[in-house]
Design a protein around this ligand. Structure first.
Ligand code: COA
Length: 145
């Protein structure tokens, strides 16, 4: 896709970021717009991602989402590559199991619980409990780059 641009988010992007994150039903907490980059296509908000720091010192690649009408055109790849190029390592993320293959393409590897930082270990335990509820069929992966 060649008619889009990436830029740091501004305060005015926050409503679009929050709406998209809600629509795609990923973690709606910690959406500080100052940490985000956004993609625009034809002047329209098209997607976003952020680097989110945690109290245990770990850094998470989070809130990656692309508006449905702009998917399948390499936008997530561009958002990821832009964040990855300027970020320290290690970098962690969580995703539903089905997206593990997607992140493997960028070098992320799934972690066993003993290798997870405390924040992600807690999240992993919570996700394990959620799996006991009817209708929750897909597990959570914690990955590291
Ligand atoms: C996942 C998501 C961000 C992908 O956005 P996108 O702009 O369509 O992705 P891209 O076009 O950049 O695809 C990049 C690569 O990932 C692959 N990919 C995209 N979506 C995928 C999926 N759901 N499962 C597996 N692979 C996927 C593509 O085939 C492509 O591979 P290639 O470069 O080898 O051809 C988008 O579907 C989305 O917003 N989903 C809802 C929110 C979400 O689940 N976010 C992830 C939170 S962990």
């Amino acid at each position: 896709m060649d008619n889009f641009t990436l830029r740091p988010a501004q305060a005015a992007d926050f409503p679009a970021i929050r709406r998209l994150i809600r629509v795609v039903r990923i973690n709606p907490t910690g959406l500080d717009w100052r940490r985000f980059i956004v993609a625009e296509a034809g002047g329209q908000f098209a997607g976003c991602a952020q680097l989110k720091p945690h109290g245990d010192g770990s850094l998470e690649l989070a809130s990656l989402a692309v508006e449905e009408r702009f998917r399948g055109q390499g936008l997530a790849r561009c958002l990821l590559e832009a964040l990855l190029s300027g970020s320290p390592r290690p970098l962690y993320l969580t995703c539903r199991a089905g997206l593990g293959v997607f992140y493997q393409k960028f070098g992320f590897r799934a972690l066993p619980p003993p290798e997870m930082p405390p924040y992600f270990r807690r999240l992993n335990v919570l996700a394990g409990l959620m799996m006991k509820f009817p209708g929750v069929e897909e597990g959570l992966l914690v990955m590291r780059l």
